[in-house]
Design a protein around this ligand. Structure first.
Ligand code: PRT
Ligand code: ZN
Length: 286
């Protein structure tokens, strides 16, 4: 029987859409939705399991799944023996301590002897230990933000994204203890045949991620400005330059990183470039 990789994804939640989209962009087709628990890819040796995110680290540790996508917060909190093999850059959030708005805050030491409600007792316990704070951790599984209002705790430790949940519950964020994003997890080791498939998958994921961080640029420029413009457009190796029908002008083709985009594009325009086209890249392979 030929080998395939089993990949555990969140069935429905904040990670699901981006996880499904990632495989789509990697050219791996499979059906999902309508209560499906399992699906086999039609064009890659992979089988997908759709699960609650909290169960994924355990399935990966036990070898029921060879790969999984979860928030790093869930992977670490689980305490399972799994390794993060790649960071995926979506579902970014932070795990923070918050207290009722208006309460005094004079640093972490003000939590000594206090009650903190959280669904992340392991991450919180480790952080408080490192910071030399002794507090009582109350583990609750949901609606953590109401704990101070009902007298269960003086502070909470919960996932924050926009901050609006804290705000609408009269809480203020005072300390970030962990920054998280979706990660690809795997057991400590896999048999060679499965590892080869994981490597193939990682190659595709990286190509998709690099492409997202870069834009393809096409522009026209007078020849006297080419040196300045090409110095601002490193490209994958160096820009491609072809002469235009109009004498003394050239067309320049290159790749520009998203992080440097606006700064460089303004300098490129100031150097004399015209008709600048910016085109998204689907895949990028070095
Ligand atoms: O059903 P299942 O168990 O699979 O899902 P779940 O409900 O346990 O998890 P889900 O889908 O809510 O979140 C999955 C992962 O997404 C988390 O483990 C985080 O890694 C990540 N993530 C990103 C978030 C958020 N953003 C987020 N905002 N997880 C939860 N929240 C919640 C938070 O708990 C709080 O209630 O949203 C609220 C805060 O959001 P803001 O925007 O108001 O600050
Ligand atoms: Zn969950």
């Amino acid at each position: 029987m030929s080998v395939s990789v089993r990949i555990a994804l969140q069935k429905s939640g904040r990670l699901s859409e981006d996880s499904y989209q990632l495989f789509k962009e990697c050219g791996i087709r499979f059906d999902y939705g309508t209560g499906k628990l399992k699906s086999i890819s039609s064009n890659f040796p992979a089988e997908f399991l759709f699960l609650r995110d909290d169960d994924i680290p355990g399935y990966v540790e036990d070898g029921v799944a060879d790969l999984g996508i979860v928030g790093e917060n869930v992977a670490i909190e689980s305490g399972r023996s799994v390794q993060t093999i790649h960071r995926l850059g979506f579902s970014k959030c932070r795990l923070s301590i918050a207290i009722p708005r208006g309460n005094d805050w004079s640093g972490l030491s003000s939590l000594n002897g206090k009650n903190i409600a959280t669904s992340y007792p392991n991450l919180l316990g480790k952080y408080l230990g490192e910071q030399g704070v002794t507090a009582h951790i109350h583990e609750i599984s949901g609606s953590v933000e109401i704990a101070p209002g009902i007298g269960l705790a003086e502070a909470i430790c919960d996932i924050v994204s926009s901050g609006s949940t804290l705000m609408s519950n009269g809480l203020q964020e005072v300390e970030t203890i962990f920054r998280s994003e979706a990660v690809l997890i795997a057991p400590p080791s896999l048999i060679d045949e499965k590892q080869a498939l994981v490597d193939k998958l990682l190659f595709r994921i990286k190509a998709v991620q690099v492409a997202k961080n870069n834009k393809y640029i096409v522009l026209n420029a007078p020849n006297h400005a080419l040196e300045k413009i090409t110095s601002l457009l490193p490209g994958m190796r160096s820009p491609t330059i072809t002469p235009l029908a109009t004498k003394g002008w050239s067309s320049v083709y290159s790749v520009l990183n998203e992080n440097e985009f606006w700064e460089n594009i303004e300098a490129i325009r100031a150097a004399g470039a015209e008709g600048i086209l910016v085109i998204p890249i689907e895949k990028m392979i070095y």
